[in-house]
Design a protein around this ligand. Structure first.
Ligand code: MTE
Ligand code: MO
Length: 383
């Protein structure tokens, strides 16, 4: 099969699906470094990893509702100012396995590690679009373009063998502050094949599905992308909607990620000796909204203590600190004395006061996306 050409992967990854390849790191590995090493960064593919072997010939075509369509080669993109944006990427399906426990959902099963934080190096999309004559901070082009569609090189069954694609609003694409990047580097190294070599989009603060890998073309279009992943997937439906009564047109494609947190220093069920334990995990919100607070409970959510927060080790994180990484997760940590078997819970609050929902039931949806419910782990006292 085409999967024979897929790149080698780190053996420590938990593989949720082999073909296409979907894998995540173990919980503890995830919080062992603020910038996730490439090898341990979750991999979410919808088809075989495409091969681009002649980088000199590789180009991105920019077409659609613009005056002068253009082919941009790697050298053209590298000529633009280079930015390094530290941004957390999270799959909308992160924590899906737990959502499936209340009622079955459809999709790849993920524990809590379909998320990672990387330094993405590349050109700003706003600069690329400026190069072809679209001013910064545009809402519409003279010919009526309002959305920017990213089309990949890969082929997936959801698109009947066609390429993966999705779109974002032109206003976001041309907003230099939104930091949308065409990345050719990840953590200071050339982007690897699994993560989109030679060029991928990074849309900070938005569900991973919009950050199209293996970029082939950029189309300026009037309506949002009509492809599968924008119209027939990655939409959040109410718990009443099932596969018999679903009407995809009634919901908008998910963009910003809601506030999320998870405990990574413990498994779902743990056996520990009575005494002190370290509760450590990540918290992140969408749209560049910082994390205001992380609350931790060691009595199933009856009482709470505030955890400490940091991005760089040893430096406390404050959501209004100019020097913090706006698009990146924060780690939280709390020490607790556990005398008896209990449930440990974490919930985060972002700067606008959004809080994670208490139960998964109230946000259950048939595609199993956006499980941002309070993260709960069980500890049992034993030997
Ligand atoms: N881009 C292409 N071309 N093909 C894909 O399958 N998967 C998307 C997105 N971009 C995908 C893609 C999804 S759902 C996610 S969560 C992220 O890429 C995953 O990026 P990663 O594999 O670098 O972690
Ligand atoms: Mo995803």
């Amino acid at each position: 099969s085409d999967y024979k050409e897929d790149p080698p992967r780190h053996p420590a990854l938990v593989v949720n699906s082999k073909e296409p390849f979907n894998a995540e790191p173990h919980r503890l590995a995830l919080v062992s470094s603020y910038v996730t090493p490439v090898d341990f960064f979750y991999k979410r593919n919808h088809g075989p990893v495409p091969i681009v072997d002649d980088i000199g010939k590789y180009s991105v075509s920019i077409t659609g509702l613009i005056q002068n369509p253009k082919e941009l080669y790697m050298k053209d993109i590298r000529k633009l100012p280079k930015y390094n944006v530290t941004a957390t990427l999270q799959c909308a399906g992160n924590r899906r396995t737990a959502m499936s426990k209340t009622r079955k959902v459809r999709g790849v099963g993920w524990d809590i590690s379909a998320i990672g934080n990387a330094v993405w190096g590349g050109a700003k999309l706003a600069d690329v679009l400026h190069l072809i004559g679209i001013p910064k901070f545009s809402n519409i082009t003279p010919s009526g373009g309002k959305h920017v569609e990213f089309v990949s090189i890969d082929k997936c069954k959801e698109e009947n063998g066609g390429p993966y694609k999705s779109s974002i609003p032109l206003s976001q694409a041309t907003n230099t502050e939104a930091d949308v990047i065409l990345a050719y580097e990840m953590n200071g190294e050339t982007l690897n094949r699994d993560h989109g070599y030679p060029l991928r989009v990074i849309v900070p603060g938005v569900i991973g599905a919009r950050s199209v890998k293996w970029l082939d073309s950029i189309n300026i279009i009037a309506e949002e992308c009509q492809g599968f992943f924008t119209q027939k997937d990655y939409k959040m439906f109410p718990p009443s909607v099932n596969w018999d009564n679903i009407d995809w047109s009634t919901r908008r494609p998910q963009m910003d990620f809601p506030v999320q947190s998870a405990i990574c220093s413990l498994e779902e069920v743990n056996t520990i000796k009575p005494g002190k334990i370290n509760i450590k995990g990540y918290a992140v919100s969408g749209g560049g909204r910082g994390i205001e607070r992380v609350d931790v409970s060691i009595d199933c959510g009856k009482t709470w203590v505030e955890a400490s927060r940091y991005q760089k080790t040893g430096i406390p994180y404050f959501s209004d600190d100019e020097s913090s990484d706006k698009w990146a997760w924060v780690f939280f940590e709390a020490e607790a004395d556990i005398p008896e078997s209990t449930e440990i819970v974490a919930k985060a609050v972002d700067i606008t006061g959004n809080v994670q929902p208490e139960n998964v039931e109230v946000i259950w949806n048939l595609r199993g996306i956006l499980n941002t419910s309070w993260h709960r782990v069980q500890v049992q006292i034993g030997q």
